[in-house]
Design a protein around this ligand. Structure first.
Ligand code: BYC
Length: 318
């Protein structure tokens, strides 16, 4: 089959909604776009452990500590599923991790903001995991089989994360004036960075057209952002929180909550490495990688020993 026939066959399969599996033929651009996006996603899960990990030792009670610990462990698991899914495309995990550690690979902008108070942990669970669910529910229907299946599992866990976050914020909003202020302050700091998670406006998104054509993305950045705002504004109002946006207003005709302009200069500065915590995050990941080198060495040695025994057994049988 020549290249153009293969491409046409591939496009037809996408059009019909058939899932693409690792051993199927796929255009190199499809493969590379998926590796780009999935590796960024896996890195985000791993770096995403850092802002919340910062509060594990300071959680206000044992119940909160256990839930936070479980959530952070879940994020590590999500990273592993997605790295594995990226490996099915021929990417090497070692190389992907290396790209992160040398500061070349991107990860979600949101994780470059600090967690200053306990309320930030509630707000992250509610907003950041809430935004992740909106994005990942779409990705669970994407055209690449291993990614879509990883998303199904991950979304189920993210739902629990969102609930634990919202419950923390609800508890604070039923507390003292100081606790209410703390929740409002956390919302003020995280609202706009959360909206940035969905990426640039559609008109400024270089990858969207290709990803939409191949049904990796099934909705645009702006569509998902709008959906997130529509579901989150009533949740904030119900518990007495104010969204920090003077331009926020409900449009009766479109049934959308219209919102003000995002600070795109801030967004691009953060993704270029100049956010408040980029350097700390990279240092923490590099330190963890170095401190964990003995685990990698031990696993390689164990695998080699096991492999050696298998060869020996094979030779003996032979
Ligand atoms: N941060 O053409 P565009 C989570 C980059 S949730 C950093 O629109 P695309 C978690 C983009 O990569 C977060 N970079 O890109 C939750 C591109 O750069 P390159 C992770 C961003 O791919 C709770 C350039 O800007 N989720 O992990 O069409 C707890 C132009 O953008 C961002 C995912 O990764 C950003 N916010 O759309 C713990 C979901 N936005 O690569 C963990 C999978 C854009 O061309 N990813 N950029 O140099 C996606 O759905 C899409 O990749 C995006 C961006 C919507 C993020």
């Amino acid at each position: 089959m020549d290249e153009s026939t293969r491409n046409a066959e591939f496009d037809k399969r996408i059009e019909e909604g058939t899932k693409i599996e690792p051993k199927d033929w796929m255009p190199e651009k499809y493969r590379n776009q998926l590796i780009r996006m999935m590796s960024q996603h896996a890195h985000s899960e791993v770096v995403g452990m850092l802002p919340e990990g910062n509060w594990i030792t300071r959680a206000p009670n044992l119940r909160r500590k256990m839930a936070l610990l479980a959530k952070v462990q879940d994020e590590a698991g999500h990273g592993l599923y997605i790295y594995s899914a990226a490996e099915t495309l021929g990417a090497s995990r070692e190389d992907l991790v290396h790209q992160l550690l040398i500061g070349k690979a991107k990860y979600s902008s949101i994780f470059n903001y600090p967690t200053l108070t306990w309320a930030d942990i509630g707000i992250i669970g509610w907003l950041v995991d809430g935004a992740a669910i909106v994005n990942q529910t779409m990705l669970a229907k994407c055209s690449y089989g291993p990614y879509s299946r990883a998303m199904l599992r991950i979304c189920a866990e993210e739902n629990f994360h969102k609930k634990q976050g919202y419950e923390i914020v609800c508890t604070l909003m039923k507390g003292t004036e100081e606790q209410k202020k703390m929740a409002q302050d956390a919302l003020n700091r995280f609202w706009w960075p959360t909206l940035m998670m969905f990426g640039p406006h559609d008109s400024d998104s270089p990858n969207s057209a290709t990803l939409l054509k191949w049904k990796v993305k099934k909705k645009t950045n702006d569509e998902l952002r709008q959906h997130f705002v529509n579901i989150t504004v009533p949740q904030a109002r119900t518990i007495g929180l104010e969204i920090p946006d003077p331009n926020l207003k409900y449009n009766e005709e479109t049934k959308n909550w219209e919102f003000g302009e995002i600070n795109w200069e801030e967004f691009y500065a953060v993704i270029k490495g100049h956010g408040p915590c980029n350097k700390d995050r990279m240092k923490a990941r590099n330190d963890a990688h170095e401190n964990g080198s003995w685990v990698r060495e031990a696993s390689v040695a164990y695998a080699k020993k096991k492999q050696g025994k298998k060869v020996e057994k094979f030779l003996n049988v032979g």
